[in-house]
Every structure is written in C-alpha cells, then in structure tokens.
Design a protein around this ligand. Structure first.
Ligand code: PMP
Length: 427
C-alpha cells in the first residue's frame, strides 16, 4: 500500500515520505524528459497540468517516428505510406474507443480539442434540433468553452440558457438541478471535473435524469479524462468531449464521442474534402460516420500521438493513476491548509487533481511569479471560468493542478515556498 505521511511542521521539506509499492513513480518520472529540466537553477516542479500536461518519451517518439518514417496524407492515398498513415490514424480511433468504452469506432470524431468538439455539437445538433423557447442547462462550474458555444446557439435560436447554481462547498446544487430540469430542457451540458475547484460532478446521475426527461447530454471530460477511468456508456452521456493535450498527448487534437444514432441524425458542420460521398455543383452527398464530421486534413501525427498517450496510460492503468492522484490531492489540500493565510476555494464532497487557492496578503499573479522564481509552475487568473470567479467572490485564484508524475515532496516544496513568499510580502 502507498502511504503519504503528512507533517504538521510547515517548513520541513523532507519530513514525510511517500512509499509507492504499487505505483512506479520513479519510472514514470523518467519517462518525461522535461521533468529533469532545471529552471532558474532549480529542478522544474510542474503543477500546471490542468492547463496542459507534459509528454512522455513514448508520445514524443511516436510523433517523431510518424514524421520520420510514415508521413503521408490519409484516406485518399493508394501508396504504401498513405496506407500506413491511414492504418495508424484509424488504430488511434480504436484506442480512443476502447479508452472511453464507446460502442463502435465511428462514434469517435477527431477534432482540434474539447472546445471544437463542444462547438461542433452546438453548431450541428443545436442548429438542427433546438427551437425558440427550448432550454439549455449548464452549470456555474463551466469553463468558457462550455458556456459561450451555448450562448451563441441560444442567441441564434431564441433558446434560453439556464444555469445550475453551485453551493458554497463547490458542489453543484442538485436540488436546484432537479428543479431546473424540465420538459423544456433539450440539452444538459456539464463538466465532469471543474478546472477551478476540482469538484467531481455526479454526471451519471445527471445524465440519467436528463435522459428520463428526453434531454440530450454533453459531458465535458477535458479535466476528468486524465484522472479517472471513463466509461461513456455506463455514464449515459450522449456526447463526451476531451483534449489530447491534457491527457499527456499532443496539442491540436481532441475527441468528440457521440452516440451513433445522434451523430447520424446530425448535419455536417464543416464542409470540404473527406466529408463527402459525391460533389456536384447541384448537390453534395455526405460520407458516413466518422468522416462526415472530419472535413479536411486532420492532425494525423497528433492523432497518432494521442494513440501513444493512451497506450502509455493503459500500461500504467487508469485505476492505479486515479488512486495515486486521489491520495496526492488529499495530501496537497491538507498540506496547503497548513500555510498560514491560505484559503482553498471550495471543499467539495469529491475533488480530484485541481486545487485553487488565495493567500491573504498576496495577489494570485504575484504568487505565480514568486513560485516561478523557485522553478515551480502553477497558474494564476480566472482559468477561463469568469462566472465561477464571480460566484466565489474573487477576481482570480492561484491554481495547483496535479498530474500522474507529481509527488508529495513537490507539494511540500510548494507549501514551503508559499510560506516563504507570504513572509516576504509581510515584511
Ligand atoms: N473544459 C474544461 C473543463 C477545461 O479545463 C478546458 C481547458 N482548460 C476546456 C474545456 C477546453 O479545452 P481546450 O482548450 O483543450 O479545447
């Protein structure tokens, strides 16, 4: 069993130990070349994983191998390289399908990222099926990516955006959800894990209730996919979105999962090459899934890189990663709370990987800059969640977000430096 001892002495760097009997932390850390980088004479402590994760050698090598040995455009080629690239691209689709336990490969659509995936649903499903007066239900916890596309749709269609409020704990107000979910609700779009408070949202229950009332559900998995095993069928989500770059894969690639029945009923969004069956100036007919939603040349190397990231995570095991990170999250909360004047935003029933905080006398941006001097990368700002900042009553927070390679020693070091920064500001 792993165990993390928490010290109550806030300024001792090595006063606890992490035993990782079943979690290969040393091997994992060696897989990430950037983690041995020195910044300002200090070893990098990377705790900005909710913004983007670092990439293991296995992903970097898959990208390099593709560009060195296999680069060609997919689908339309008759030559060896094109066939190889197509095979690898489609294998990656299969890996994603297995990873999130979708029903069939054609339910996996490659996009540029979670943001594009949500826009695709809003623009295709929304434009086709939303009518004036219909309601779209989102929550206070949402990232701008899961707010603005729905606002744009509501504006165009004369639909109404409703918002599930948040309790002071950082959990969603589920009684309010029950009240807001009515026969008028046509889409429920919620995050599974908040990128600000780290709140785990009971999406399974919400999807079930929404489906009972005939509403379609979209779950934003941008933050949850790196931390939790995902089963979209068990979750009951109609649509599920995530980005490769938060999952130890490359930037520029994302996934839209949609139930085949819904994707088939939806019109294409972007038009162009690859998404057609035949084109004439009079009439165009569209390709079957998934091509109907993949116009133009995709980020082939990036998709192959995502496949490599999934292989990497599956080798370690999502269950194991999840257990380790749960322990680390609890440890980080407990450790940060020992820093005088520090206030963690929210105390949700279940939290994973993300902790936002404020320090009584230091602005979040100054916290970020001071920690940067120590080689520590965190994020400060509104985290693309301005309505949530308003609800929390703060203009910004500092945010520490964990990845599978972080350690309790790193958390201790951050706590120590925070304590030091506070003293600097007070003196
Ligand atoms: N949703 C959530 C909860 C996020 O944290 C993010 C990224 N911060 C996004 C959506 C958007 O992801 P991307 O920028 O990769 O499209």
């Amino acid at each position: 069993m792993m165990s993390i001892k928490i010290t109550t002495e806030p300024v001792i760097e090595t006063a606890y130990s992490v035993s990782t009997n079943s979690y290969p932390i040393d091997t994992i850390r060696k897989d990430f070349p950037i983690l041995s980088t020195e910044l300002r004479g200090r070893k990098l402590v990377y705790l900005d994983n909710a913004a983007t994760t670092q990439k293991p050698r296995q992903v970097i090598e898959a990208l390099t191998a593709y560009y060195e040995k296999e680069n060609a455009n997919i689908h339309r080629g008759v030559h060896y390289l094109s066939e190889q690239a197509t095979l690898k691209y489609e294998q990656a689709r299969h890996k994603v399908k297995e990873f999130i336990k979708a029903g069939v490969n054609c339910e996996i659509i490659f996009t540029k990222g979670a943001t594009e995936s949500i826009n695709l649903v809003a623009q295709s499903y929304g434009r086709a099926f939303i009518r004036p007066g219909d309601e779209i239900l989102i929550s206070t916890l949402e990232h701008h990516s899961n707010i603005v596309p729905w606002q744009m749709l509501c504006q165009e269609k004369g639909a109404v955006l409703r918002v599930i409020p948040m309790l002071d704990s950082g959990d969603l107000d589920m009684e309010a959800f029950d009240r807001l979910l009515t026969a008028k609700t046509k889409i429920v779009a919620v995050t599974q894990l908040s990128n600000v408070t780290g709140t785990l949202v009971p999406v399974r229950e919400m999807c079930r209730k929404a489906r009972d009332l005939g509403a379609v559900t979209l779950v934003d998995g941008a933050q949850s996919t790196p931390h939790l095993p995902i089963d979209v069928q068990e979750m009951g989500a109609d649509f599920f979105v995530f980005s490769a770059h938060k999952l130890y894969g490359p930037t520029g690639v994302g996934v839209l999962y949609g139930r085949a029945e819904l994707l088939e009923a939806m019109p294409p969004w972007l038009g162009g090459g690859n998404m057609i069956r035949s084109v004439s100036f009079e009439k165009t007919t569209y390709a079957d899934l998934p091509d109907k939603f993949e116009a133009g040349t995709p980020d082939i190397g990036g998709v192959i890189g995502l496949g490599a990231a999934i292989d990497y995570l599956q080798d370690i095991g999502l269950e194991r990663i999840s257990q380790y990170e749960e322990m680390l999250t609890d440890y980080a909360c407990a450790r940060l709370e020992l820093v005088e004047g520090l206030q963690i935003q929210g105390s949700p029933r279940a939290r994973r990987g993300v902790i936002s905080f404020t320090l009584d006398c230091v602005h979040p941006h100054d916290i970020g800059q001071l920690l940067d001097q120590d080689g520590i990368a965190i994020r400060a700002g509104h985290h693309c969640a301005q309505p949530l900042m308003q609800r929390l009553g703060v203009p910004a927070t500092a945010r520490l977000s964990l990845g599978l390679y972080n350690t309790a020693e790193e958390i201790d070091y951050v706590a120590l430096r925070l304590q030091h920064s506070r003293k600097l500001f007070l003196s």
